[in-house]
Design a protein around this ligand. Structure first.
Ligand code: GLN
Length: 299
């Protein structure tokens, strides 16, 4: 782990996300790696306590929350589980007008909408509290990133309006997007991502607090969708090379969860053309190989 941190720190390829102006202010050299095991040990190297916004990694937790809150029938009727093969912000829907899956923006916004039908004004607080339980500490929002996303989020606005024409979301689009932008602006560290991953790896029970966050059904289905779609249009390569369910975010984080073993969290803000952290991908590939983490090579 320390060797990965040292060796890959020399890789300066990729670009910090600029399309949300506030994200462009991130220090591109930050680099942290953390591992949390399901028996509660946490190992850290580098900048594991530097906060950054969770961005799309929140989509995994929010999908699991929706499954538990509304039941699989309702969620699966509104959101598909097929890889889209497209970029995270693609506006395209399936032929039946459902989003492809909950790990891309269309599906994540629909997922937020579903939770909002049940929780109304309490929706964001429920999401924040759930992500906090997954991490084992109270998480807060980066207000500057939230405002920045809100001002520049026309593409997500277009997605929400499109979904509304097909009944995929209902009600006030701006209110719904405020929940989605806030969810993406929750601050985490690489250590948090490792613990969140360990909670998923531990069938929904946070190994540090012992608190159950999700049912094992919701966790298994969420890990399944992470396996096929968590890394966007790199998902096939990822599951082939790394072989661990994972989710990335444009803030530079990657969360990986190996069932019954561990969670891995990485943070490095320079992204490749898919919107995935360059050093994060290298780290996960190297760790998977070094510790034989590929889930399909395990007997
Ligand atoms: N908030 C970002 C967006 O909606 C999340 C994208 C990401 O992390 N891939 O564009």
């Amino acid at each position: 782990m320390r060797r990965c941190q040292r060796d890959f720190a020399a890789d300066h390829s990729g670009e910090v996300a600029q399309y949300i102006p506030e994200l462009g202010k991130a220090d591109p050299d930050h680099f942290g790696i953390a591992v949390a095991t399901i028996d509660g040990h946490v190992y850290e190297a580098g900048d594991t306590d530097v906060p950054f916004t969770i961005q799309s990694i929140s989509k995994a937790g929010v999908f699991a929350l929706a499954l538990d809150l509304l039941g699989p029938d309702r969620v699966e009727a509104s959101i598909g589980v097929e890889p889209s093969g497209e970029a995270f912000n693609s506006i395209r829907l399936r032929p039946d007008n459902r989003p492809f899956n909950a790990m891309v923006n269309t599906g994540a916004i629909a997922c937020c909408g579903l939770i909002a039908t049940a929780e109304g004004d309490g929706t964001f607080e429920l999401i924040r509290a759930t992500l906090s339980r997954l991490a084992g500490r109270d998480l807060v929002v980066d207000e500057a990133v939230f405002q920045s996303e809100r001002t520049t989020g026309d593409r997500n606005r277009a997605i929400a309006y499109l979904l509304r024409t097909y009944g995929g979301v209902a009600g006030d689009v701006d209110r719904l997007l405020d929940i989605y932008f806030r969810q993406c602006s929750v601050l985490v560290t690489a250590r948090d991502l490792a613990v969140m991953g360990a909670s998923l790896a531990n069938q929904g029970v946070n190994p540090l607090t012992g608190i159950r966050v999700f049912s094992s059904y919701a966790v298994a289905r969420t890990l399944a969708v992470m396996s096929s779609s968590g890394m966007y249009d790199f998902a096939g390569e990822w599951i082939y090379r790394v072989g661990v369910p994972a989710k990335s975010g444009v803030g530079g984080g990657i969360l990986a969860a190996l069932p019954s073993q561990l969670g891995l969290g990485t943070f490095s803000p320079r992204l490749d053309q898919h919107g995935n952290s360059v050093r994060g991908i290298k780290t996960c590939e190297a760790m998977s190989e070094a510790f034989d983490l590929h889930m399909l090579s395990r007997q």
